[in-house]
Write a protein that binds this ligand. Sequence first.
Ligand code: GLN
Length: 400
Amino acid sequence: MASPQPGDVRQEARQRFRSQRTRDFTESVIREMTRLALRHGAVNLAQGFPDFSAPERLKEAAREAITRDYNQYAITWGAKPLRDAIAAKYRRTYALELDPETEITVCCGSTEGMIASLTAITNPGDEVVIFEPFYENYGPDTKLCGAIPKMVKLQPPDWNFDPEELRRAFSPRTKAIILNTPNNPTGKVFSTKELEVIASLCREFDALAITDEIYEHITYDGDQHVPIMTLPDMRHRSILVNSMSKTFSVTGWRVGWVVAAPDLSESVRKVHDFLTVGAAAPLQEASALALSFGEDYYRQLGAEYSERRAIILTILERAGFQCYRPKGAYYVMTDISRFGFADDITFVRYLIETIGVAAVPGSSFYQNPFDGSQQIRFCFCKKYETLKSAGKKLLHLSPQ
Ligand code: GLN
C-alpha cells in the first residue's frame, strides 16, 4: 500500500480540520454575487458599495495622514482625534454624552464591531434574537460565539413585527437582540414606538440591544433614525455599532466603532485588541476630519439618495417587480412572483447571465431559504448612469 504523500490530505482527514462552529457556513452570497457580476460583465446592483467617488476632502486627508507619517499602530481602541470626533458627533446629533476614554472603541468596520461585541458578551448556549430578513453576517456571527439565533419575522409590505412573536422569542437565556435600523435589506426604519417595545423586553429579560446603525444618515420622507441607546434606561443596556462606510462612501476603508458603557466597552476592547489590534491608522486620522463635516454634507447625502431611490423604484416597477418602498438605507427588496421562476437563485442567475444585472437572492436573508425564495434585493448606491444602464437591461425582462 502506498504510504500517504505529504500534501495528500484525504477527505476524511480534512473533516478533522473543519471546526464544528464553521462546518455549516456557506460562502457569503452577497459577495459571491459581486464575483459573478464581474465574471459576466453584469451591472452590479448586488453588494452594497458605492461605485461613485468618496468625498475629495476625505481622500486628501487620507493621503496627507500617510505623508505626515501616521503609519504605525494607533492606540488599540482608536486614535484619540477619532474617538473625540465620534463623541462630538453623538453629542451634536443625539445629545448623547460619551466618554471617548472609556466608551468608544474603533474597529475594522462595523463587521468587526458586531462580532467583537457578540464575542464579548455571549457564552455558548446563550440566545440572540434577530429580526428576519437579516443582513447575512448576523447568523454566522452568533454561531461563531456558540450562541443560538432566535428569529423574529418582519412582515411585508411594511416589515412590521408582531410584538407577541417578539416576546415569545425572548427567554431567560436571551443575552441580546441584534437591531439593524435603518434596515438592510428591507429599508425599514424602526419607529420610536417599536424601539420602546424592544427596549421594554430588554429590561424585562435583562438583555442587551446590539445595534447596527450604519445607515443612520440615509433615511427618506422625513423619517429620522433614533438610536435605541437614547431611550430611557437603555444607555447602559445598548451596544451601538456604526462605521464610516456608508455615510462617507468608503466601504473599503474598514473603519467602524462600538459605543457602550465603560464595563461593556472594556470587554469589547479586549476582544477587539486580540482580533485585529486596530483599524488602519492613517484612515482613522482622515475619518476624524469626516466626522466634522457640517449639516450640508448630510443634507446632500440624503437628497442624492432620495433621487437614486426614485430612479431605481421607477426602473424596477417598469420592469415588472413588486417593490417594497424603502424608508431608509440603500436597498430595495422586491417580490418576483410575477416572473414565474422556481426560486430566487434561478432568477438571479438568469438576471446576471442573460439580462446583465446582478442582485442578491432573497433566500440569503432568511434562516429557512424558502421564506425568501420569491424575493430579491437590489442596491442603489450607484452612479445615476449605472442605474440607468441597469434600467435599460431590465426592460428585456418579461413578467407573466
Ligand atoms: N452591507 C453591504 C450589503 O449588504 C455589503 C456587505 C459586505 O459585503 N460587507 O450588500
